[in-house]
Design a protein around this ligand. Structure first.
Ligand SMILES: Nc1ncnc2c1ncn2[C@@H]1O[C@H](COP(=O)(O)OP(=O)(O)OP(=O)(O)O)[C@@H](O)[C@H]1O
Ligand SMILES: [Mg+2]
Length: 401
């Protein structure tokens, strides 16, 4: 007699009914029994009752988020072995790393490619099946089976390693991107310093000494920044929450404008800082916020210099303006440019990693900014200016106190 195997059960968890439907439609054609849950509690109840073979778990859900659901699963010996694939719109390195730390086996970023979901699910289900078959056989224990079990574990580890590697790749790109800016500035300041040294010193000695000191101070500041950025990125992998302090956005932005000096020169641009006399403090990682502001300013300078130049009507050269204000428990920082903006088509992809329209761009800046700001509990976005150019903005939560 031939028994057909029971169908594998896949539990889909997402608080958004629309997303749940899309997932359901995607996997409906495959021969699984699909179970649905629209919140973490229900997901756990279903898992407990039906012991699914795989869980596709959304991260951002109210009340109990995906990480918490995963924690609960992993702390329960009878549910611990159910593989979890995280599924989330948070396509940033930090949340991926966190997903793997929580014991997730894979990570799919939304919006997803249906084919990708189908094939990842199939792979995990296949592994799960093999694992279960082996477990059965292991009960009639033999040395062969132990070896098979080990092989299987190695295969699973291998797969998880691949997913982790692509995350590492993105991280490495982010790293290169952020360190490149201070390094370029350091090279520039070193050149200026050498030129000052080489100049005829006769009647310029005092002036040159002063300029030399200023230039070397700037160089030093940039090299501190480079090492801070490296520290931060290292910390980011290990402890995402680390590094938060009470930050004065006004002085932070003034520092950033200093750091952007070389970018200003390279783009023959100008940055105008428009700050209120007072602003509440925020709780954030200052270095990471600096990175965000600097990336937005650089993009704005590049957009403005790439656009055919004219004056702004008042006879002033085109400039990028940076401003900040407090509203609804948040500080909002805006970077307004007078560039040519972007097409609607590009608009959809701006925050995707590696999307760039620049010959020498990496397309990492905005995707990194998004990760960093989300890690601070803020938002990032843009709007088209009524006259010309774009305003990018981000927010940070005001210190509660
Ligand atoms: N202020 C802006 N005005 C117009 N287009 C912009 C602006 N900021 C970003 N963009 C568009 O978004 C794309 C992605 O920006 P992002 O900062 O992620 O990468 P990049 O600037 O191209 O390269 P890099 O990784 O070196 O920063 C840019 O190539 C550009 O097309
Ligand atoms: Mg950029």
């Amino acid at each position: 007699m031939v028994f057909s195997e029971p169908r594998s059960q896949v539990l889909l968890v997402d608080d958004n009914p629309q997303n749940l439907k899309v997932l359901f439609d995607t996997l409906e054609g495959s021969d699984y029994r699909l179970l649905l849950a629209n919140n973490g509690k229900k997901a756990l109840a279903i898992a407990e009752k039906l012991k699914p073979d795989l869980i596709l778990l959304d991260i951002m859900m109210p009340e109990m988020d995906g990480y918490e659901v995963c924690d609960t699963l992993k702390s329960n010996p009878s549910l611990r072995d159910i593989p979890v694939i995280f599924l989330s719109a948070l396509d940033d390195v930090e949340s991926k790393v966190k997903g793997f730390e929580k014991g997730g086996i894979d990570y799919i970023a939304k919006p997803f490619q249906p084919k990708e979901v189908v094939s990842r699910v199939a792979t995990q289900i296949k592994l799960r099946r093999l694992e279960q078959q082996l477990k059965e056989k292991n009960r009639e224990l033999s040395a062969d089976n132990i070896e098979m079990q080990l092989k299987l574990e190695a295969q699973r580890e291998h797969l998880a390693h691949f997913s982790r590697l692509s995350t590492m790749g993105e991280m490495a790109a982010g790293f290169a991107h952020e360190v490149n800016q201070p390094l370029t500035a350091i090279t520039n300041y070193a050149r200026v310093a050498l030129r000052l040294l080489g100049e005829d010193l006769d009647d310029n000695t005092v002036v040159n000494k002063k300029m030399l000191a200023t230039t070397l101070n700037k160089l030093e500041a940039q090299s501190h920044r480079a090492s801070d950025v490296i520290q931060r990125i290292r910390g980011f992998v290990k402890k995402p929450q680390s590094g938060k302090t009470i930050v004065d956005v006004r002085s932070l932005l003034s520092d950033v404008v200093q750091f952007a000096e070389v970018d200003v020169k390279n783009n023959k641009g100008q940055v105008v800082l428009k700050l209120p006399d007072e602003l509440p403090t925020v709780e954030a990682d200052a270095i990471q916020v600096q990175q965000v502001a600097l990336n937005l300013i650089r993009n704005a300078l590049e957009a403005t210099s790439a656009c055919p130049q004219e004056t702004d009507g008042a006879g002033d050269p085109l400039h990028v303006s940076v401003s900040a204000y407090a509203d609804k428990q948040m500080i909002w920082v805006e970077v307004k440019d007078q560039g040519c903006g972007f097409t609607e088509d590009a608009e959809q992809k701006l925050f995707h990693p590696f999307f760039t329209t620049k010959g020498d761009g990496m397309g990492i800046g905005l995707s990194l900014c998004q990760s960093l700001i989300q890690a601070q509990g803020g938002k990032i976005g843009f709007r088209r200016n009524p006259d010309k150019g774009i305003t990018f903005y981000f927010s940070l939560p005001i210190c509660a106190r």
